[in-house]
Design a protein around this ligand. Sequence first.
Ligand code: FUC
Length: 721
Amino acid sequence: MKQYELILKNPADAWDNRTPIGNGALGAMIEGGISQDGIQLNEERIWSGKYIEPNSPNFMDKINHIRKLILDGHEIEADRYAVEELKDDFKRIKSYETAGELKLSFSHRDNCENYIRKIDLNRGVATVSFKVDGVTYTREYFASYPKNLIAMRLTSDGGKFDFDATLERELLTVIACGDTLCADGTPQIDGRPFNIRVKFSAVDGIISSINGKISVKATNCCYIFLTIKTDGDAVLPETLDYDALKAEHIADFSELMCRSDITLPDSGVDTSLPTNERLRLMRENGTADNKLVELYFAFGKYLLISSSRKGTLPANLQGVWCGEYKAPWNSDYHTNINLQMNYWHAEVTNISECAEPLFDYINDYLLENGKNTADKFYNCRGAVVHHLSDIYGYTAPADGVWGLWPLGGAWLCYHLYEHYLYTGDLDFLRERAYPYIAACTRFFLDYMFEHDGMLLSGPSTSPENRYLIDGQQGFITLSPSMDIEIIGGLFDFYLEVERLLDIDSEQAEECKLARAKMPQLRVGKYGQLMEWLHDYDEAEPGHRHISHLFGVYPGASITDETPELFKAARVTLDRRLSHGGGHTGWSAAWLIALFARLCDGNSAYGAVEKILTKSTKDNLLDSHPPFQIDGNFGATAAIAEMLMQSHNGRIRILPALPKNWKDGCFERLMARGGIEVSATWTDCKVVTLTLKAKYDTVVKIEYDGEEKCVSLKAGVLTEIA
Ligand code: FUC
């Protein structure tokens, strides 16, 4: 197994510089302190809040009024009206919260030598080790998905040590009994009560409990096992054999981690240097470090495997990690790019099952609630989601006018359809994708309205930019380009899904007619792709969202087969950048993917450097700022996109290779069509290329400027070059 080590030479100086471990449902952020260690804990369902019933009786009247104002040429007035008249319709959701902190206080001194804090990414094991007074202390931590627990081993290679352990949090009652800490807590407002159980087991030494605290004396090897449960008692397995748990965990974790890999040319930077030192060299000296890009790619997979596993909730804005009671943006599910970006790499890096939580969440929470909102807010059939959601499945407009954006659900449909494209799983398509895709399509068929022979959507926005009219700014508009791209694409694949499944020919017929009446994308006065239906200037020309480039990536409606739009997309991207775009982590990640789709490897690489030098913390977590995980996930997908693309029925090898990635290889990246693709290249030319399909298929493949059509037999490794 290849070794990817994230190495730091100091304890974390801030929460978001700690070491993250997780099993999808449980998370921990390890401080790695010397005489005091803090292990901040999370359980994915510890949220304040509750389900908010959608209820807004006159909403559609107000929507119709806004539509009329806009059609009569009073866009700014419509925006003002929306701000004033809809303010009570925009609710606010509550936050995801910390489960508290396990604090360990050791008897040894705080001054140490040889400090090292590491994550072995492919095995999913974190360690902290250091030497005090000639004794080496080592702590090892992992989060087991098979057993739903977090395990730690504290050892010394010499003398015995003592430590005390406590659990700390607001609204938490802790009891220490025998060798166990047991705590009951509640979120700040509403939400689910939860229970934490932490068990200590020392190979030698004495464990005692007093005043809500566990004391371990004279040990040189102690194990800690913990788990957390909402709505019930947290239960640890009867038998807790650390080595067996660790072996089981490594087998589970590394199987996913090793599904895919990339190898880039060595830039000569010493890979044993601390990761933050390598980042510093890149930031301050402009030192290229391709092995750091490999590590970062592996870390993207590590984070998804640690925060999104079958049976858990999807990864939120901070994955599963949150150190606060009121997190930035509530650490919620933002659906105007962030939740989707969290899953951009799941299919292509060959860990498709890590996206299962997203599909469950859509079906279990967003489908029925979204139908309710569509009905209560818009008098429409079908399902809708606006710009954010929470674990209670919020689907109505939230926060303010920028939240009047009913496209979140339609965008999520792409993930359902793409899962089918990547797996060929028709049962999935029928049972878990179709109901939501059909419901979102239904919503737009009812919701869109005809004007001058065109079918328009809105009031909506181009997330989250404002346009300018006579020096005045507004969000609200009709059929911004992103609406056209998302709805148009949804209609296209909905029709394809109906062709495959033949479930509702009437709705399919209606959709076909509607599709033909949708507005076209247009090129504006700067040669750019217009962001809105009219060629308005942007209030923020360098805005972090580049919503109208949805069709370039993650969509694929703007390609070299639509040359005029493709060229305009490039102008748009350059324009955004020349005004300072890409300044948040996720925005920089998106830039990489967009340049990759525009087949500009050097600019894509520039954006890789940008995210690493400007939006990445010492521990490689993405920084919006503050920490937001989407940039890690988006960049991982985008790096894969530089090496292999598979949209619109064609696999392209090395479509956006930068000049400093002349030689290298990628292994088992997954292409649409259910095809594992591996390639090596030298001097930018493909040397070996193998494909392995999940089912018998014929595929078009393009490399070194040539296109071939290849037949593949299910499960058979086929050498193309
Ligand atoms: C979107 C972005 C912000 C932030 C938030 C969580 O609204 O515009 O930059 O990432 O989501």
